[in-house]
Design a protein around this ligand. Structure first.
Ligand SMILES: C[S@@+](CC[C@H](N)C(=O)[O-])C[C@H]1O[C@@H](n2cnc3c(N)ncnc32)[C@H](O)[C@@H]1O
Length: 283
């Protein structure tokens, strides 16, 4: 199967290992819930009758809702118009700063998408005043022809999705029943990437979040639903003991993801370099 890459280039996205993950997904899904949906690389490559995507990051959810609101020609014209009006390019930092100032006044999610396309590592970074403050992606970031064609396909796929913007702790999983499937790709306790959205949404990730997420997944299990959880069990000499304990106590299954010589070889003398990515399922 050919997988579609999200035009968000989201930090921590699962595109690179999507095939390794999805081979463990159920073949038939009524409602698919992507509880930490991020750039949607998993949602857009998972077939289900109904798809629900949630993320605490309101900025990214607002972009998706704007994509749904307009047709693709309007979106592409809007993007092209802003790029031309502000002379945005991967070489011109000053134009980027002007456009960033403009977005911080307009607050239009479509402007944020254009801005992100020219920003460093395509990151969503905001300061405490909710101003986007990511620097220019000099010589690297731009709205490429590949992103343009991926956006077209992406929009078609997400048009029917329901988007939510909850802290997972407040998410009602009682709707996840037999025939449904919930995928959880939270920040990893052991590696914790940066999803800085200016204190409005993302609030860091702690051991207690992991515990509450384990409880939530146990509820899905009790309700007869299926779940899969992405995580890392080992990283730079650290072991995620509470994760391993929870898997063991509940007889869940743990699958190794993306095993290759560098990151998953236990004969490797330098064990402290190993990062073990896993997928935990209740089926
Ligand atoms: C690893 S990323 C998900 C990447 C996604 N699977 C993809 O392929 O693009 C984790 C996501 O969790 C979100 N997040 C962090 N804390 C959260 C919380 N308490 N509730 C809901 N979402 C949260 C972040 O905003 C981020 O988008």
């Amino acid at each position: 199967m050919e997988y579609l890459k999200s035009p968000m280039n989201y930090i921590g996205n699962k595109y690179r290992i999507i095939a390794d993950i999805e081979r463990y997904f159920p073949n038939e899904i009524n409602t698919f819930t992507d509880l930490f949906c991020g750039g949607l690389d998993v949602s857009i490559n998972t077939s289900a009758l109904h798809t629900v995507c949630n993320d605490i990051n309101n900025y990214i959810i607002d972009i998706y809702k704007s994509f749904q609101r307009y047709d693709i020609q309007y979106l592409l014209d809007y993007i092209d118009t802003q790029i031309a009006a502000y002379k945005l390019s991967k070489f011109d930092k000053n134009s980027y700063i002007k456009f960033r100032n403009y977005y911080n006044q307009s607050g239009n999610p479509l402007d944020l998408y254009v801005l992100m396309c020219y920003s460093f590592n395509y990151q969503f970074r905001f300061n405490s005043k909710h101003e986007y403050n990511n620097p220019h992606g000099t010589n690297r970031s731009e709205f490429t022809s590949v992103m343009r064609s991926n956006l077209t396909e992406f929009k078609e796929r997400i048009d029917s999705y329901d988007f939510e913007c909850f802290d997972f702790i407040n998410y009602d999983v009682n709707n996840v029943k037999s025939g449904d499937f919930l995928y959880a790709d939270p920040p990893y306790l052991l590696t914790c990437g940066s999803y800085n959205d200016g204190k409005r949404g993302f609030r860091g990730w702690s051991e207690s979040d992991d515990m509450q997420l384990f409880d939530l997944l146990d509820s899905v299990n009790k309700n007869g639903g299926k779940f899969a959880l992405s995580n890392v069990s080992h990283h730079k000499g650290f072991v995620h003991n509470s994760l391993l304990q929870w898997v063991n106590d509940n007889n869940y299954k743990m699958h190794n993801i993306n095993c290759n010589y560098n990151n998953c070889n236990y004969q490797n003398k330098n064990k402290s370099n190993i990062t073990r990515e896993v997928l935990i399922t209740n089926y």
